[in-house]
Design a protein around this ligand. Structure first.
Ligand code: IVH
Length: 704
């Protein structure tokens, strides 16, 4: 691989990984399996290692994914939480599927230790990370991981989780400490929730992890209580904690009434670790909740301190991940589904089978090449595996179970929906229906995409679109904006109230920002982050429409495939006409608002500035607003920080202390700002070239 090839591939991988981070952490709707994600990340790590000049500080290899909601999520009904900085960065874990890498981890720790020490082996709970702070024995605050530096304050919701104590029992707990763990949804609660969602025609959650993290961010804390979430805690942090091992700390936590797993084991060597892994690789299938691996931690806290951290992981812990579970079942038939882009996907209908806690009835075969590679036949017994998506995939055929009566499937020549002859472009894995403007499935798919939550966020589900289409009322996105109350009253079951609500949401969609409108247009390969990138770079639709391939390639993270797709979209007169009609309907086709805004890292935060600073106070205020925050002159329960210079107002300090508002110095504040040369800072951890942690706020990262 030449350096140029590596640069192109690294860029492509960063794009794919960032988009999948967003799908996983923000949307709770991953599109690829953890395994496939880990393989992409490994490929990028390998490239950056081989070509160090290609490593960038904001590469996904250097930072943890962010679960912080965006402004659009908030508008779309997801609760906007107050955000607080983490006292200690909330990192992720290095992981491997390869036992020899666990052996290397153990040897490395042993070399450094030069004395006897132990490991704590634990289940890796597959949920969403949480950081609880207890003050004076009472639950004070619960933060999500967020971007690792700042988390969402979900305390009100966490108070409704059954096994999290509001108050500790016993005695001897430090006046203040943090304990981190995982909020997860046991299979039983997950099945109940998805059953309910299906009955209400809400989209089901792909897996218990997504259900847990989606539920934790609900608007209504009582509803959170009904979701059956549970918590397990696995990492205590604080100043001068009186423990010498991790195990001791967790035992104490358990004695104070905190939920700690009883499946932990202290192991002395790699033999015992491998035995633990082997045991749980089999037994995990019988656990009532999802686990995706084993975490191995150095147990002695002093040794943990010596090993320290990289920008993303502790060097004193690692995770061994289990390969996805498989199930064997029979193929009953194969359907060919047409998607919004016209891509035809073969999907197998299966004899229902239990897999990772749920019953599986359908599995994807991806494309005709995959079908050929598997040489799959109707009637075959096949292995199914869960990926990130709701629909699992077929990974192999059990040839020894063939009877001879199996039937070889024939991939259709024509679109199963409109009958157009399918095409397959060079380099494409899939067959496509070319009838983009006439194939009903494609038209409806595009309309559904246009109104979806991440796009225009109009109150219309699949069923409404189906009716609007069948009545001939809507054929293109612009048609939505000509709908009248009378038109809507023709829909089955629609009354004045539903029509009014729909029209209101349509009116509100005129306020949707350019990047979301761009995403809503449904240009192939232009997902949410690409739309954001394009909107930010070109500023308005006219510049984008007139951009050449070369102009597009100038934008960050835009490669040849996307550039070609965008130019061919706007080369189509039909698409240009759509844009004009939507523009006439009043949609936003340019970025607007806070022109000076540099980032949105302080979005949703209100800060109070008090005292004398090394720069004019207005400069501090401008930095807050430039980065999406608000300034206020008085402290309230809603204040995120008091930024105190020299001689701050004593009442402000007093009020901040009383209401638990964190007081930070000018230096702390400056550290939170994006560092030069990072596009979207601070969603990476400050790290030196060796990956060692630098300062976080004014406090050195504690290596507990
Ligand atoms: S320890 C500093 N222990 O897995 C690292 N993490 O993929 C502290 N997880 O970020 C993490 N079970 O959210 C730890 N027994 C366990 C865990 C665990 C699940 C999660 C955690 C972590 C992620 C990494």
């Amino acid at each position: 691989m030449t350096e140029e090839q590596a640069r192109i591939r690294a860029e492509e991988l960063r794009n794919i990984i960032s988009e999948n981070n967003r799908l996983y952490y923000v949307e709770n709707s991953p599109k690829i399996s953890d395994y496939d994600y880990d393989m992409l990340m490994n490929e990028l790590i390998a490239i950056e290692k081989r070509f160090p000049v290609l490593a960038t500080p904001d590469s996904p290899t250097m930072k943890v994914g962010s679960d912080l909601a965006t402004g659009h999520d908030t508008r779309a009904g997801i609760k906007e939480f107050r955000q607080f900085p983490h006292r200690y960065p909330m990192l992720s874990l290095g992981n491997t599927y390869d036992i020899s890498e666990v052996e290397e981890f153990v040897s490395r720790a042993s070399r450094l230790a030069g004395r006897d020490f132990t490991f704590s082996c634990e289940l890796k709970f597959d949920g969403t990370a949480i950081c609880l702070t207890y003050r004076g024995g009472k639950l004070f605050r619960a933060l999500t991981r967020g971007d690792g530096t700042i988390g969402d304050d979900v305390t009100v919701n966490v108070r409704h989780i059954r096994n999290i104590p509001q108050e500790l029992k016993g005695s001897g707990f430090p006046d203040e400490f943090e304990i981190r763990g995982e909020i997860y949804m046991p299979y039983e609660a997950f099945d109940r929730l998805n059953g309910e969602r299906e009955r209400n025609e809400d989209p089901p959650f792909a897996n218990p992890r997504n259900a847990a993290s989606g539920s934790l961010k609900l608007l209504d804390p009582k509803e959170v209580g009904h979701r059956g979430l549970e918590c397990t805690l696995y990492h205590m942090l604080g100043e001068n904690l009186p423990f010498s091992t991790h195990d001791e700390a967790l035992r104490a936590a358990s004695a104070w009434g905190l939920p700690v797993s009883d499946k932990r084991k202290v192991c002395r060597n790699i033999g015992e670790i491998e035995e633990y892994i082997g045991y749980w690789d089999k037994e995990r299938k019988f656990l009532p909740f999802a686990t995706d691996g084993i975490v191995i931690k150095v147990n002695e806290l002093e040794l943990q301190r010596q090993l320290g951290y990289t920008s993303k992981f502790p060097r004193w812990a690692t995770a061994y991940k289990f390969k996805a579970e498989q199930a064997l079942t029979q193929v009953l038939s194969i359907d060919y589904q047409v998607g919004r882009t016209g891509a035809v996907t073969p999907v197998a209908n299966l004899e229902p089978v239990q897999l990772a806690g749920t019953s599986v009835k359908r599995a994807t075969l991806h494309n005709s090449d995959q079908m050929q590679m598997l040489d799959i036949r109707v009637g075959d017994h096949v292995y199914v595996e869960k990926g990130g998506e709701i629909i699992p995939k077929i990974t192999g055929v059990e040839l020894s179970m063939r009877t001879g009566s199996e039937v070889r499937p024939v991939f259709p020549v024509r679109c199963p929906d409109c009958g157009a002859v399918l095409v397959r472009d060079e380099g494409e894995a899939k067959f496509f229906c070319p009838n983009t403007s006439g194939c009903p499935t494609q038209i409806k798919g595009k309309l559904v995409h246009f109104v979806s939550r991440k796009a225009m966020n109009v109150l219309a589900g699949d069923a409404t679109i189906e009716q609007l289409y069948n009545l001939g009322l809507v054929r293109t996105p612009a048609d939505f904006y000509s709908l009248t109350r009378e038109d809507l009253l023709r829909l089955d079951g629609w009354k004045e109230r539903s029509a009014a609500r729909f029209l209101e949401s349509l009116a509100a969609s005129r306020e949707v920002s350019f990047e979301h409108v761009l995403y809503a247009l449904g240009i192939r390969y232009v997902g949410e982050s690409t739309a954001k990138e394009l909107a930010g770079h070109f500023k308005d639709i006219d510049s984008l429409m007139s951009a050449s391939r070369e102009d597009l390639l100038q934008a960050e993270d835009i490669g040849e495939v996307i550039a070609d797709s965008v130019t061919s979209f706007f080369a189509d007169p039909g698409n240009r006409e759509q844009v004009e009609r939507l523009r006439k309907a009043g949609l936003r086709f340019s970025i607007q608002g806070n022109a000076g805004q540099v980032t949105d890292i302080f979005k949703g935060m209100t800060m109070v500035v008090s005292g004398v600073f090394s720069v004019p106070r207005d400069k501090i205020k401008k930095l807050i607003t430039d980065n999406g925050g608000k300034c206020s002159s008085s402290i309230s329960g809603k204040t995120a920080f008091l930024i105190a210079g020299e001689k701050p107002g004593p009442e402000k300090v007093q009020k901040a202390t009383a209401s638990g508002v964190r007081i930070i110095s000018e230096e702390d504040f400056m550290q939170m700002l994006p560092q030069e040369g990072t596009a979207k800072a601070p969603d990476h951890m400050p790290a030196d070239s060796d990956g060692q942690m630098l300062l976080f706020g004014q406090e050195e990262i504690r290596q507990e």
